[in-house]
Design a protein around this ligand. Structure first.
Ligand code: PEP
Ligand code: MG
Length: 590
């Protein structure tokens, strides 16, 4: 029997922030201002037309600034809004619109719209998914200006007065920052990918979120009852009685489990047979350090540095990078901070004019390959890292190493960077652990060769699965095969750990797999040392570590290695450890 008489509909999207929420739908009209008239401006009116545009930009900036100033300090996603404010000053948008008004003698709305369309087209051709998704920042920012130009009312999410689940086509960083946690229980959007800012903010707010649902705003009506399962990336519209009951139970037990884990987050991660592990955080922005620490992070196992290079025309300077890294290093000291060198695609992709589109970007000029081709960019970053290292406990890590010569060259760059700092008399520290990410199958195959050249390995399962199983990380069509517990992946991890042990170097993991408590016994059993994950997962993984015996886990590894499918491995882990976790019944094998 359906509660509302309406049929139960299951919508599948992408998990942006985990947890379960049940509530009424509230549709937010966030469609951009679409119908824009074009009209000519006479010569003598051009000055006041550009002035009108400038003041719309100014108003948009003040509105964003007010949101930044009024957002709670822990929501230091403000830097995303700062990016939006910067975009308003950006030549790309600002100067080109003024230029268009003047050259084509058209109204400001039309000029803005056509400039945005050009920028959008250039961004959409970019090979990197993350960069393609940044187009939404430009759209949100130009929308805000457009609303000021045409005088449209901006619907304020901050004014919602009921406990609801937001349903929107898309939400900007500014929208999400205004969310009142007493009112908004979760949000879901048609657009957005895993790396969208919306998702990043949802994780900070700790509310469930599902993005990329495509048809949510077309399917859902105001006040429809919704279940948002942020862990699985699923939304159930008008659930039947049985589904509702099942999810209510799951939600309650998940909340209880999280509360207990959070209370214990500062405790050591020590197994019952007294083996200690370090549980660390993955961060993208320096501001996340505070929340990482409050979740009990014993260090930063992965600092993804590429976020500081995106959404901007000119790459950051050495000093800018140094200051940002130093902040993180000083806050965390004496705990380690693992700074990963730049992991982006081609420079054209970043600078906004794609004159060369790679046919297979994931197999193209990415990460270390890019850095080795751009010595100027690489050297700047290496110098900044070495300088920041003088302020605390830094580990440096190269991403996507696929061949020996890459590591060899990268290390030479590092030596050169140190030498130049020495000559200039700038303080730095060269004697720091240098590691590599193991995320390409060729690196697993030559791990014995690589191990002799580095201080540690860190396994990046996000890419190891992509490259190992030939599954595009961002392709929904093959997402069912993206399985961390696939026997091929488990064997690669096992092999890497074995080689690391034989060469007496530590082996860590910083891929998503490390943040799944059900996988923890398997990873520790295989010999993984530090595990690094999104900060929210830390209390749960620590709790799992405290509940298990390492010798039992080692025994279990032997059985897992003999299994034929990811499903078999999942069932075995669930049987052995599932009762220690509240959510395993709903977890998928991945
Ligand atoms: C990985 O590939 O597992 C990883 C941690 O790096 P990223 O997700 O940034 O590619
Ligand atoms: Mg990776």
């Amino acid at each position: 029997m359906k509660k509302s008489g309406k049929a139960e509909i299951v919508l599948k999207g992408l998990s942006a922030s985990s947890g379960i929420s049940i509530g009424k739908a509230y549709l937010v009209d966030r469609d951009s201002v679409d119908i824009i008239a074009r009209y000519s401006i006479p010569e003598k009116g051009l000055k006041s037309e550009t002035k009108r545009f400038k003041s719309a930009v100014q108003n948009a900036k003040s509105a964003l600034r007010a949101i930044v100033d009024n957002s709670p300090p822990e929501l230091h996603k403000a830097s995303i809004l700062e990016t939006h404010i910067a975009l308003l000053n950006d030549k790309l948008l600002y100067n080109r619109t003024i230029e268009c008004i003047e050259k084509e003698r058209v109204n400001a709305e039309w000029a803005l719209k056509s400039v945005v369309n050009q920028i959008k087209a250039a961004f959409m051709e970019m090979p990197d998914t993350y960069l393609r998704e940044r187009v939404s920042d430009i759209v949100h920012v130009s929308d805000l200006v457009m609303r000021n130009l045409v005088g449209a009312q901006v619907q304020s999410i901050g004014q919602i007065d009921r406990r609801v689940i937001l349903v929107a086509r898309d939400l900007s960083a500014a929208d999400t920052t205004q969310i009142n946690l007493d009112r908004v229980k979760a949000f879901i959007t048609d657009l957005g990918g895993k790396t969208s800012h919306t998702g990043i903010i949802a994780q900070t707010l700790e509310i469930p979120a599902v993005v990329g649902l495509e048809v949510a705003t077309r399917t859902i009506q105001n006040d429809d009852l919704l279940i948002v399962d942020g862990t699985k990336g699923v939304v159930i519209v008008n659930p039947g009685e049985a589904t509702l009951l099942e999810y209510e139970e799951q939600r309650a037990s998940y909340e209880r489990y999280k509360a207990v884990a959070a209370r214990e987050s500062s405790l050591k991660a020590e197994t019952i047979d007294r083996h200690r592990f370090d549980v660390m955080a993955n961060i993208e922005l320096p501001e996340e350090v505070v929340s990482a620490t409050s979740y009990g992070a014993q260090g930063i196992g992965l600092y993804r540095t590429e976020f500081q290079y995106l959404s901007r025309q000119v790459f950051p300077s050495e000093n800018e990078l140094y200051e940002r890294y130093k902040d993180v290093v000083e806050v965390m000291a004496p705990r380690p901070v693992t700074i990963r060198t730049l992991d982006i695609n081609g420079d054209k992709a970043v600078r906004g004019t794609a004159d060369y589109v790679e046919p297979n970007p994931a197999l193209g000029l990415r990460a270390i390959r890019y850095c080795l081709k751009r010595p100027d960019v690489f050297r700047t970053q290496l110098r900044a890292i070495l300088r920041a290292a003088a302020h605390g406990n830094v580990r440096l890590m190269f991403p996507m190493i696929a061949a020996y010569f890459e590591l060899d060259l990268a290390k030479r760059f590092l030596d050169d960077a140190a030498e130049s700092l020495e000559k200039e008399g700038l303080p730095y520290k060269r004697d720091i652990p240098i590691g590599i990410m193991i995320e390409v199958p060729s690196a697993v195959m030559i791990a014995d060769v690589l191990a002799k050249e580095v201080g540690f390995f860190s396994i990046g399962t996000n890419d190891l699965i992509q490259y190992g199983l030939a599954i595009d990380r961002g392709n929904k069509q093959v997402a069912h095969m993206y399985q961390a517990l696939d026997p091929a992946i488990i064997r690669m991890i096992h092999q890497t750990a074995k080689v690391a042990r034989a060469n007496r170097i530590p082996v860590h993991m910083c891929g998503e797999m490390a943040g799944r408590p059900l996988h923890t016994p398997l990873l520790l059993g295989m010999g993984l040392e530090d595990l690094s994950m999104h900060p929210q997962a830390i209390p749960l993984v620590k709790r799992m570590i405290r509940s298990i015996s390492l010798s039992d886990a080692r025994e279990m590894v032997k059985t897992v290695l003999s299994l034929k499918t990811a499903r078999d491995a999942f069932l075995l882990l669930r049987e052995a450890y599932g009762e220690l976790i509240a959510t395993t019944r709903s977890e998928s094998a991945s």
